[in-house]
Design a protein around this ligand. Structure first.
Ligand SMILES: Cc1ncc(COP(=O)(O)O)c(C=O)c1O
Length: 319
């Protein structure tokens, strides 16, 4: 890729911030997956954006919903600035956008001149299945901005990410970058350069993939053993997260208080929506804990969920 099409940023988070700062005026609409990365939602609300969540299923974003929503918003004279998406092993959903949907989304974006912000910090951490092409490489009409990060394959502390975009878009974003911090730490960039150019990264990433795949498998089998009937969860092909949903009326924000008493934590689902959805769901991380702790954590969580359901039954609230 032509280096003129790449801008180094202070992590992927700054990339989201710079893109939003460049394109959005207060009241503009940003389309986002539902659920969506909470750090992006925080940025979108800082710039007073209206976030509209789009439906998802096990094949990722329901891209066929996009044209209808664009029509509806146009009828209301609302301006959509971009669609934000994490197509690989999404945070928090764990889902991956299918190949067919990737082609269709790029087609829709060209037809409707819809800018897509493709955030892909986890793409290289694939534990099964074939890698899929990025929206950025499928796009022929300069409508995709790609965000990358070294946080998940080297270190989050190195604070190094990047934006790849068509030159006219990147020029605008570069102005914003200068106003924010002039440039990202050259020392950290030299470190990343060495990590990549020496080839060390290949072996390191392979090691991470082996460790994370085993942790994912332990989490999935613990969920099957410990979570009550009626619970559902995603089966991620990579990344860090599983999204689990429980039968109503269990509310995961209430549940978290009880779980913490048992020394186990998750992120309650409604933090990944701007519109109050997600109260029956939770994000579970499997990358950060060894296998025995994952096993024990899910055992405790399963028991807390059963207690909570028992309580609802006793109160006649189980519908
Ligand atoms: C989807 C997604 N995008 C961006 C980021 C930000 O990462 P960083 O700023 O560390 O590169 C994260 C971090 O968790 C993430 O999950």
């Amino acid at each position: 890729m032509d280096p003129a099409h790449v801008l180094i940023t202070t992590g992927g988070q700054q990339a989201i911030d710079l893109v939003t700062k460049t394109f959005v005026d207060p009241g503009d609409v940003v389309l986002a997956e539902g659920p969506s990365y909470a750090g992006a939602l925080t940025t979108f609300s800082t710039y007073e954006t209206d976030v509209l969540h789009l439906p998802m299923d096990e094949r990722g974003l329901d891209v066929e919903a996009v044209p209808d929503i664009l029509d509806r918003l146009a009828a209301d004279r609302k301006r959509v600035k971009f669609l934000y998406i994490v197509p690989n092993f999404s945070n928090p959903g764990g889902t991956t956008l299918s190949l067919e949907r990737r082609h269709r989304l790029v087609e829709i974006s060209a037809e409707r001149e819809l800018l897509i912000v493709e955030d892909n910090p986890y793409g290289i951490l694939r534990y099964q299945g074939e890698p899929l092409p990025t929206l950025f490489t499928l796009d022929q009409s300069e409508n995709v901005i790609y965000l990358g990060s070294f946080s998940k394959i080297l270190s989050p502390g190195i604070r190094t990410g990047w934006i790849a975009a068509p030159a006219p878009i990147l020029a605008k974003i570069a102005f914003g970058k200068q106003a924010t911090d002039l440039c990202s730490s050259p020392l950290n960039q030299m470190f990343v350069h060495e990590f990549i150019s020496s080839g060390v990264w290949r072996e390191y990433v392979q090691r991470l993939i082996g460790i994370y795949r085993s942790r994912r498998d332990v989490l999935l089998s613990a969920l099957a053993d410990e979570f009550p009937p009626g619970s559902r969860w995603t089966v991620p092909e990579g990344g860090f997260f599983v999204w689990a949903s429980l039968s109503p009326p269990v509310n995961t924000t209430d549940l978290l208080v009880k779980a913490i008493e048992e020394n186990v934590a998750f992120v309650a689902g409604n933090g990944f929506y701007m519109d109050g959805q997600g109260t029956d769901s939770m994000r579970l991380n499997f990358s950060g804990s060894p296998e025995d702790r994952i096993q024990e954590g899910i055992r405790r969580l399963g028991s807390v969920i059963r207690d909570q359901m028992e309580l609802y039954r006793a109160l006649g609230m189980d519908g």
